[in-house]
Design a protein around this ligand. Structure first.
Ligand SMILES: [Zn+2]
Length: 696
């Protein structure tokens, strides 16, 4: 193995086309990224020197052009780290990660860059800029402001100290939660107590005990161990013990140093202070500034309205569960630790079908053909196999063209799980669309977008008649593929010329799941499912009776689950607005109030849900948990337009969706995109209908 010593030959520094996955080596990373960081710093110094011009071209465009190579090269490294996580790539990535993170943090805090954008906004040029360019300038100024850049000098140190303390507190919150999760285990020694548990869950518990030299079966509070117990274990004692331990993690009942309550109080106080320094009444207002939702009252009303509409269905769900628990399972009253168990039993009773059976009907090539046909019909494009250097033999590559053969974009499809690949499914960008500036031209002067679509499905196994059997997917996996393709289309079908708001760049995060969830709807259209299914052995399409069971199971307990999500969302928003962390009313009082308003199932009094609500105390979801439901409403409502047209493939509606939402990206506020498509504000009706919650 030879290290590339000459920077001219470093393939990570070749931006002339697709990433050169055939030749890029871990040893290329350090020299290439160091060089790019140096270039970026030099450029920023030049753009922010005294007397430097602050026009769009000389400042904003030059900065976007200058920073792009680093993000492209580092994107390749990050991608390889995710899909080819062998020690060499992990080391190469981790070695440069601190430098790259530090650089982006510096950019975010660079007051001279902030001043540059402010100068453009204040200049006579601003009014003449395209809406997309204006939006980039506005977004930049907004983000600098929210990072404290516009504060008077005497307040900056305090703001900085709060930010640092908040990140430490969030990190400690997660650590406590993890430590508390790890601190509990339940060793079952009587095999009779395992009744009901699936074989793989028993096996895993057996191995966990063996690893500690113990006999019996060890269960923990980690999901793969905890969930099967709650869903399947006939032993009520075991379920109750596990439930209580799970519900009281990182609370006052355990070791004091793992109690998250004092951290929560401190986090809420600091967030409020931070919001007030920035000139807002509370943290919820700050959180909503860069989001699609326009105001706190608007989101609260949205949640409350949805809760009222979902209520009857949710109450029916709970009544069904209680009836079934009493009459079939002799569980009365139904306790909190019975709910998942009873739900699973009722699901089996009502809609029993085998995921494994369904899986035989979705072969890889049929599913891809079905997916491509949906995309082609809806958006008037063509998808074709293409070739490119790839990082693994599994990877396929495709191009999207106009009917006239003009290239729109390309994407990699890496479908199968591997030991060296990060879990889950995700879309990432390799190259973003933009018009090339400063004499760089290629063809029509447009840089074509390229995306990575990554999944973790099972690879083909076995042979039939001497031929390799194709890979087959579960229906959930098919949905995942459609979902990620939706993100991919958002990136690939953009027509925006400006990097900062092309594709998913600059899209509000409570709107970014719109195209992905929209695409999922097609997995529930009989014509699509029928067309893309074909039994791996017989070629027969999926039987309609089986599909009907899948449809019925899709909406099982959806009312109850909706109210649960609303409960979390309302609690999160009120906690960050209408709550004084130093006041008399406790966090648990607030939670009880929220539950009295919306919940249909109230957990035991000793439940300490906030102590493990990591989304809002350790993740990025503070005063943003509502985004899940918000985006679901948007995508369902958009799909509703096709239902109203009487055809899920209606060409005009598809073109309209492409023109107003998909191709516009972040160049216009998401609410305006939505209104342009729907001709009105979002409504929850379609979501309620799709979830089987429509009354009457
Ligand atoms: Zn998504």
């Amino acid at each position: 193995m030879t290290a590339t010593t000459n920077l001219c030959d470093n393939p990570l520094l070749d931006f002339s086309g697709l990433p050169r996955f055939d030749v890029i080596a871990p040893t290329d990373v350090q020299p290439a990224i160091s060089k790019l960081l140096e270039d970026c710093r030099a450029l920023i110094a030049r753009l922010t020197a005294d007397g430097a011009a602050t026009t769009w071209n000389d400042f904003a465009a030059a900065l976007a052009d200058g920073l792009e190579p680093l993000s492209r090269a580092w994107g390749i490294v990050g991608h390889l780290h995710a899909v080819k996580d062998v020690p060499e790539w992990r080391d190469a990535y981790n070695r440069m990660l601190p430098d790259v993170s530090r650089f982006y943090a510096e950019v975010g805090q660079n007051l001279k860059l902030f001043a540059g954008y402010q100068a453009i906004a204040a200049s006579s040029e601003y009014a003449k800029l395209s809406p997309a360019r204006q939006r980039i300038v506005d977004n930049e100024i907004r983000d600098f402001r929210l990072a404290g850049a516009a504060l008077p000098d005497d307040l900056k140190p305090r703001f900085q100290a709060i930010s640092e303390e908040l990140s430490q507190l969030s990190a400690r919150f997660s650590e406590n939660l993890l430590d508390a999760t790890n601190a509990f285990s339940e060793l079952v020694t009587d095999e009779a107590e395992l009744a009901g548990l699936p074989e793989d869950a028993r096996q895993a518990a057996r191995e966990a005990a063996e690893k500690e030299g113990k006999s019996g079966w060890k269960f923990t509070l980690h999901m793969p161990s905890y969930m099967p117990v709650m869903q399947y274990a006939d032993s009520r004692r075991l379920r109750a013990a596990m439930y209580r331990a799970y519900a009281t993690r990182a609370a006052e009942f355990g070791p004091g140093e793992l109690d998250n309550a004092p951290l929560i109080r401190q986090i809420l106080l600091l967030r409020r202070e931070e919001a007030q320094l920035l000139g807002y009444a509370n943290f919820a207002e700050v959180s909503l500034v860069p989001k699609m939702a326009e105001s706190l009252p608007q989101v609260l009303e949205f949640l409350r309205d949805l809760s009222v509409k979902a209520r009857a269905s949710a109450e029916q769900d709970v009544a069904d569960l209680r009836d079934f628990a009493r009459s079939e399972l002799q569980l009365e009253p139904m306790e909190a630790w019975d709910v998942a168990y009873v739900s699973e039993k009722l699901l089996q009773e009502r809609y029993a079908f085998s995921e494994q059976e369904v899986k035989q009907y979705f072969t890889e090539d049929n599913v891809l053909a079905g997916l491509f046909k949906v995309v082609e019909t809806l958006f008037g494009v063509r998808l074709k196999a293409d070739s490119a250097p790839v990082w693994h033999d599994d990877v396929r590559f495709f191009r999207i063209e106009t009917p006239a053969g003009e290239l729109l974009g390309q994407f990699y499809l890496d479908l199968y799980a591997r030991d060296t690949k990060r879990g889950g499914a995700w879309m990432d960008e390799a190259i973003a669309r933009r018009r090339l500036h400063h004499g760089l031209t290629a063809g029509d002067g447009i840089q074509k977008p390229v995306a990575y679509l990554n999944c973790n499905f099972s690879r083909p196994v076995g042979t039939k008649d001497g031929q390799a059997r194709p890979a087959t997917f579960t229906h959930d996996e098919v949905i995942t593929l459609f979902h990620e393709t939706g993100h991919g289309l958002h990136h690939l079908l953009t027509r925006v010329d400006e990097l900062g708001v092309a594709g998913i760049h600059g899209v509000e995060w409570d709107a970014v799941e719109l195209p992905s969830q929209f695409m999922e709807n097609y997995c529930w259209e009989w014509s699509v499912v029928q067309g893309m299914s074909g039994h791996v052995d017989t070629g027969q399409p999926l039987p309609r009776t089986l599909f009907d069971k899948m449809l019925a199971a899709r909406n099982f307990l959806s009312g109850m689950q909706t109210l649960r999500q609303i409960e979390f969302s309302l609690f999160d928003l009120l906690l960050h607005s209408d709550f004084d962390p130093a006041g008399e009313r406790s966090l648990l009082d607030l939670l009880s109030e929220v539950r009295r308003e919306v919940a249909v199932l109230v957990p035991p009094e000793w439940h300490r849900f906030p102590n493990s609500f990591a989304h809002i105390f350790a993740g990025g979801y503070a005063a943003g948990y509502y985004s899940y439901k918000w985006a679901e409403v948007l995508s369902a409502d958009c799909y509703g337009a096709f239902e109203e047209a009487g055809n899920p493939f209606d060409r005009n509606t598809g073109q309209h969706f492409l023109n107003t939402i998909l191709s516009v990206g972040g160049s216009r506020p998401a609410i305006e995109n939505f209104r342009a498509f729907r001709g009105r504000d979002p409504q929850v009706d379609a979501l309620l209908r799709h979830s089987g919650m429509t009354a009457g």
